[in-house]
Ligand binder design. Structure first.
Ligand code: TYD
Ligand code: MG
Length: 471
């Protein structure tokens, strides 16, 4: 058996050094190096991993350099998970031999989504191995029954394996040759021959490396569930994200209905798409974006605005709500949910300076209804009009939506893909759209109101009745 090697691994950037240093030369972090012992893997698993040790390498076939045109891309036929919204984010399905990291807060529904995908794969006659290091097989069975008790798949297709030792997990995977191996979660698996507790940088790096090698060698797709820290970042070194092919992030508030899956990295597709789900009593249900049309549009209230926002290739109608209540001058609160707090701060300042509103002594709360996270500047006008409407107690007319980015000077700036947004809001029953002046003159079936400055928008809000059915 080949000799073990002692190395030092930086917990910050994942760099490996042969000796201990106080400061990592790669990332400059202090006291981040951890000692670890690497032992080569022998046997079938070693060969499947490409062999770190000489013994294993001797048995494995050595790859040769090949001209680019000779590389076959037939193997990139994707495996559809059968869950439309998930496939959309993945770019059409999981690529065999790829590694997907699915991150999200506890309780958001990672295990549920994974199990639904595996059940659907099993129903499509593909073998899936679900390695669970967090839950017992009984818990998973109970969840599966809750999800879809009537149609549990062919029993031989979905295999549960409860263990936290990666070596044994891979041994089973090598033997069973599944189409997909799911590891829930990567933070709770470990190798017995590596120092450190499960979840430590050393273990994470090594286990992830082994799983990536296994996927590349065997052509089996691997899905890893990852925990996130309280700041919403995937826990463990950034290197985990570098190593895998796709990083999916499962977002949304645990207390809200809607859950959003987005790709923050995708070697096989776009990172623009989002998948929308709703957590129900029978698991995650895909949401058709037309259902997101806000119900308040028909009977608008002061302090709410509807704004078309882009999420990948589709337009969603976001409902922004604001509340203004008297607070204390110099100590007024600004609280947000689903909307960027500093952006709201800026918009409040613009409303004061260029909109003539006095908000310094007002507590202001802004929320995106349904827990949808709005990060696009195109929702600025919606946020501003929700705040102004809450303060002035004036509502926008029925069936109206607003879109536009607001500059510090109080001007409206154009937004991208305006035609697509106009068409999408028209289809969802919007009859009037306030939009940046000069972007689009007219559109069939909808009246467009050009807005030059934020003060014009407030005038519109104060107008006794907007000409809402001009066309
Ligand atoms: P889970 O998938 O275990 O979350 P994670 O793996 O991300 O920690 O569970 C998500 C939550 O969803 C859990 O609190 C229970 C709830 N839930 C439902 O509301 N309906 C369901 O059908 C299931 C399976 C779970
Ligand atoms: Mg879980």
């Amino acid at each position: 058996m080949a000799k073990s090697r002692v190395s030092f691994l930086c917990g910050n950037c994942g760099a490996v050094h042969p000796k201990w240093l106080g400061k990592c030369p790669e990332c400059g972090g202090w006291n981040t190096l951890e000692r670890f012992v690497e032992t080569p893997v022998a046997g079938a698993v070693g060969a499947a991993l490409g062999g770190d040790g000489g013994a294993a390498r001797a048995g494995a076939e050595m790859p040769r350099p090949r001209p680019l045109p000779d590389v076959s891309t037939d193997a990139v036929a994707r495996i559809p998970t059968g869950i439309g919204e998930l496939d959309r984010v993945l770019g059409g399905g999981i690529v065999p031999g790829s590694v997907v990291l699915l991150g999200g807060e506890p309780g958001i529904g990672k295990s549920t989504l994974l199990l639904q995908a595996l059940l659907s794969l099993a129903r499509a006659d593909r073998t899936a191995l679900y390695a669970t290091s967090e839950e017992s097989p009984q818990q998973i069975k109970l969840r599966a029954e809750r999800l879809d008790s009537a149609t549990l798949p062919d029993p031989s297709r979905l295999l549960l394996y409860a263990d936290s030792l990666l070596d044994r997990m891979l041994e089973h995977a090598v033997r069973l040759k599944p189409s997909l191996l799911a590891v829930d979660s990567i933070q709770l698996v470990a190798r017995h021959d590596v120092d450190g507790a499960p979840g430590s940088v050393v273990q994470l790096r090594r286990c992830c490396h082994d799983l990536v090698s296994f996927a590349k060698r065997s052509g089996c797709a691997v899905v890893l569930v990852g925990h996130v820290t309280k700041d919403g970042l995937l826990s463990g070194p950034k290197m985990l994200e570098h190593m895998v092919d796709v990083v999916l992030s499962f977002e949304g508030d645990r207390h809200h209905l809607h859950r959003v899956v987005r790709a923050t990295k995708n070697r096989f597709g776009s990172t623009q798409e989002v998948g929308l789900f709703e957590m129900t009593g029978v698991g995650l249900v895909e949401v058709d974006d037309s259902r997101l049309a806000s119900a308040q549009m028909a009977e608008p209230r002061p302090g709410s605005a509807t704004a078309p926002t882009l999420a990948g290739s589709r337009v969603m109608l976001a409902e922004i709500q604001a509340l203004a209540a008297s607070g204390f001058l110099g100590n007024a609160k600004r609280k947000t949910s689903g909307v960027d707090a500093s952006r709201v701060g800026m918009l409040v300042a613009v409303l004061e300076k260029h909109g003539g509103l006095r908000l310094a002594d007002q507590d202001i709360y802004v929320a995106s209804a349904g827990g949808l996270r709005l990060s696009e500047p195109a929702v600025d006008l919606g946020v501003a009009l929700a705040i102004a409407g809450a303060h002035l107690r004036r509502a926008l007319p029925a069936h109206a939506a607003v879109v536009g980015e607001i500059s510090l000077a109080g001007d409206l700036r154009p937004v991208r893909q305006i035609e697509q947004r106009v068409e999408a809001v028209r289809r969802r029953g919007v009859r009037t759209l306030l939009l940046p002046a000069g972007q689009l003159q007219s559109a069939p079936g909808i009246s467009l109101v050009p807005i030059r400055r934020v003060s014009d928008a407030i005038d519109q809000l104060l107008a006794p009745a907007m000409k809402s059915d001009r066309s």
